[in-house]
Design a protein around this ligand. Structure first.
Ligand code: HEM
Length: 251
């Protein structure tokens, strides 16, 4: 997904604002008034007050902690099932995917609803995707493999579903590390290119899930998530093509 016309996702970003020189006008991080694409094709919604935005951020933050709270509660009350490690691995894996999808949904939602403020929630959602990925990987690395580096390397090489999951996780790290304003300023346009990796991450995450469940002949959930990711990426492709056509007509 290296199309310049595709609206940059900046998935682990959103709250931080890039300097204008660093971001082209198509930036997903543009302010409501700075980006004509924000409300294109959608009714302009009433602006949200700073207080409402703070409340929204607190609500999203608390809600994003639900998967962790649930795991802790299940752990304390002995409800993690016969295989607690498998339960935690699967739960954190699935929530990573859920947060990736929610993060990818911000831009289409913003454009369809005209709610430019949604972008202010994107960085937090992206960082929660990373947080759950880190828990997922830590569960595997620690509880499943007991820090056995040799066994882990062997596993990553031998099992394709682990290989792609590992690839997705590795790609997430630089996005999380550069999701802050100082990094946006420092990287300039390169930041945007880097954050497009979110599309590859989503595809690798689906492959990881698909491959893992294919071995168990249970593809229902991977098919649902694959459809969601395809729709979310499809939105961007369609918008990019429309923008390109419009630009060609104007030229
Ligand atoms: C962005 C990164 C990742 C995402 C989105 C992700 C997502 C998932 C999902 C959705 C599942 C299946 C959950 C279920 O069956 O309900 C899963 C399972 C699993 N993942 Fe990941 N994963 C990621 C990275 C990794 C990494 C880096 C590793 C290890 C190196 C890993 C190892 C596993 C293992 C061992 C399972 C469970 C397999 C089983 O129970 O048989 N994943 N992951």
């Amino acid at each position: 997904m290296n199309e310049p016309q595709v609206e940059p996702q900046g998935a682990l970003q959103g709250a931080a604002r890039a300097p204008k020189s660093a971001m082209p006008s198509t930036s997903g991080m543009a302010t409501p008034t700075a980006s004509p694409r924000v409300t294109a094709g959608a009714r302009r919604a009433a602006p949200v007050t700073p207080r409402q935005l703070v409340i929204a951020k607190i609500v999203v933050f608390m809600a994003s902690l639900y998967p962790l709270a649930r795991l802790i509660l299940f752990g304390v009350t002995g409800q993690l099932g016969a295989n607690p490690i498998e339960f935690i691995t699967r739960s954190t894996g699935l929530w990573t995917l859920v947060f990736l999808c929610i993060t990818l949904a911000v831009t289409p939602l913003r454009r369809l609803t005209g709610r430019a403020e949604l972008i202010r929630l994107r960085r937090m959602l992206g960082l929660f995707a990373f947080f759950y990925a880190l828990l997922h990987f830590t569960t595997y690395f620690w509880l499943d493999q007991w820090f056995d580096l040799h066994a882990i390397v062997k596993d990553v090489i031998k099992r394709p579903f682990i290989t792609v999951g590992f690839g997705a996780f590795l790609l997430l790290i630089p996005l999380a590390a550069t999701s802050f304003q100082a990094a946006v300023r420092k990287l300039g346009r390169r930041w945007q290119t880097l954050h497009r990796a979110i599309y590859a991450i989503a595809v690798l995450a689906i492959l990881h899930f698909w491959w893992m469940r294919a071995g168990k002949n249970d593809l229902e959930l991977p098919q649902i998530y694959a459809t969601i990711v395809a729709v979310l990426l499809g939105f961007r492709i369609v918008w990019a093509l429309l923008a390109r056509r419009k630009a060609a007509r104007a030229a």
